[in-house]
Design a protein around this ligand. Structure first.
Ligand code: UD1
Length: 432
């Protein structure tokens, strides 16, 4: 290849340059869970006292949600992995569209604002690349708690009915076990008058983490982690010190990094029960898994195809569908991957095909014939987990890949290339 051709293939956008084909070894350390931390941060709005969160991952999404709270007058300081928040003077309850639009999780503010101040005005989060992602269930839940909720001109306005100054407890049955809706209603109901129940609640570990933090603040929540949650409302909540659970999706990504490079790796800290569905599929694919308290050691054997269908927890997580597909394109035999949570989460297929993967896509089902070797290519991750999947595929590919989409990647993986390089990968970040 001529020098001119080499230059022309290099992207000017921020990217990772990944030399494939190196084995990994040693340990990979897992940060705190992004999806927990995002919601726990908004729970700080529920009290005027100081909330001190530890094991908070250093991610652009975390900075974004802290900025959203900052616009409402919440004071914060972040040092090491400790984030201190104090919402003693909330100056207003309507965060600006520009910030909320960039981060869907900003919508989480609606529950605590309504519970604490009795009012909230939040721009409706838009759809995103992976699907429409409605908030219908969140709004139904808040209405059931007695809130007046109006959606007009793209803004959700919520306020209290009557003069009691508090929401009223209610039995709530969700049509689908939405993680965000369960968390929103949980945060609103902890300060409501009376005892609420949520049926068909999301059972994800992040919901349980939120309930544990709320209980540490003086709330009375039982049953989180199961399908029925009971919330006995209290008048006020106090501050707390709370540590975020390890990120099960980052841990899963690291286990797949080991499997795809056929390397023995120890991943910690993890809560192994949070990864049962993923560990089962890794075993089925030919990996040996050893669990020792908060650590998982994976030793890959010959990797063969397995079928995967994404489901709400405790099923296989949609957030590891794309990363796991990267492994399956290198497996021996056929795999079928079915995406059941999001309507548009197969965009990584075309990028993997550019690296030599053999995938037939029929709607939201991908039929994969494993190939012995992927070849490096310039590729782009169009959403957070697709970007992670392209990094994984690049670790196994022959040659040097350029992975774009770091704006997505940095939303959910703290120091990804530093961590992987510590275990033996060859990744260089270019900011432009
Ligand atoms: C959370 C996670 C995200 C993960 C997802 C599913 C955070 C910040 N994000 O997103 O990483 O991929 O759970 O595990 O925690 N739905 C409706 N109506 C609603 C709400 C949801 O039909 O009112 C549907 C959605 O379109 C989607 C499914 O339910 O198909 C799951 O969505 P949900 O559980 O709400 O996901 P999020 O909380 O947005």
């Amino acid at each position: 290849m001529s020098i001119a051709a080499k230059v022309s293939t290099r992207t000017k956008k921020p990217h990772l340059e990944i030399q494939g084909g190196f084995q990994l070894s040693g340990d990979l350390k897992v940060s705190g869970a992004k999806n927990s931390a995002l919601v726990l941060i908004t729970a700080a709005l529920l009290t005027e006292e100081q909330v001190c969160l530890s094991n908070v991952p250093e991610l652009t999404d975390i900075k974004a949600i802290t900025d959203v709270l900052g616009t409402m007058g919440v004071k914060s300081s972040y040092q090491g992995d400790v984030l201190q928040l104090q919402a003693d003077q909330i100056c207003h309850s309507d965060p600006p569209y520009e910030l909320v639009n960039g981060l869907r999780a900003s919508f989480f503010c609606i529950g605590p604002l309504l519970g604490r101040l009795g009012k909230a005005k939040i721009p409706l989060p838009g759809g995103c690349r992976i699907g429409a992602r409605p908030v219908v269930e969140h709004i139904r839940g808040l209405k059931a708690l007695g809130a007046l909720v109006n959606v007009e001109h793209g803004v959700v306005t919520a306020s209290l009915r009557g003069t009691s100054g508090r929401l009223k407890a209610a039995p709530i049955v969700f049509d689908c076990p939405s993680v965000g809706a369960t968390e929103t209603v949980l945060m609103a109901a902890v300060l409501a008058e009376g005892t609420s129940t949520i049926e068909n609640a999301a059972q994800e570990p992040e919901v349980q983490d939120l309930a544990n933090m709320l209980n540490a603040m003086g709330a009375r929540v039982r049953g989180a982690g199961g399908p029925i949650i009971t919330i006995e409302g209290v008048e006020t909540l106090h501050g707390c010190n709370y540590s975020v659970i390890p990120d099960r999706i980052e841990a899963g990504t690291f286990l797949i990094a080991a499997a795809i490079t056929r390397s023995k790796i120890r991943v910690s800290p993890v809560i192994p029960d949070h990864l049962n569905a993923v560990l089962q599929k890794l075993r089925d694919a030919g990996c040996s898994i050893e669990i020792n308290k908060q650590a998982i050691t994976i030793t890959p054997g010959e990797i063969h195809g397995v079928d995967i269908t994404t489901q709400p927890f405790p099923g296989f997580p949609t957030d590891l569908q794309a990363p796991f597909m990267a492994l399956l394109v290198t497996a021996k035999g056929t795999s079928v991957v079915t995406e059941k949570i999001y309507e548009n989460r197969m965009q990584h297929v075309a990028e993997m095909q550019r690296m030599g993967a053999s995938i037939r896509l029929q709607g939201n089902t991908a039929v994969i014939e494993g190939v012995p070797q992927l070849s490096a290519a310039p590729v782009r991750g169009g959403d957070l987990r697709a970007a992670a999947a392209m990094v994984l595929a690049s670790l196994a590919a022959k040659g040097t890949s350029l992975v774009e989409g770091l704006d997505h990647l940095d939303r959910g993986y703290a120091f990804l290339e530093t961590k992987l390089n510590g275990a033996g990968s060859h990744i260089i970040r270019y900011q432009n």
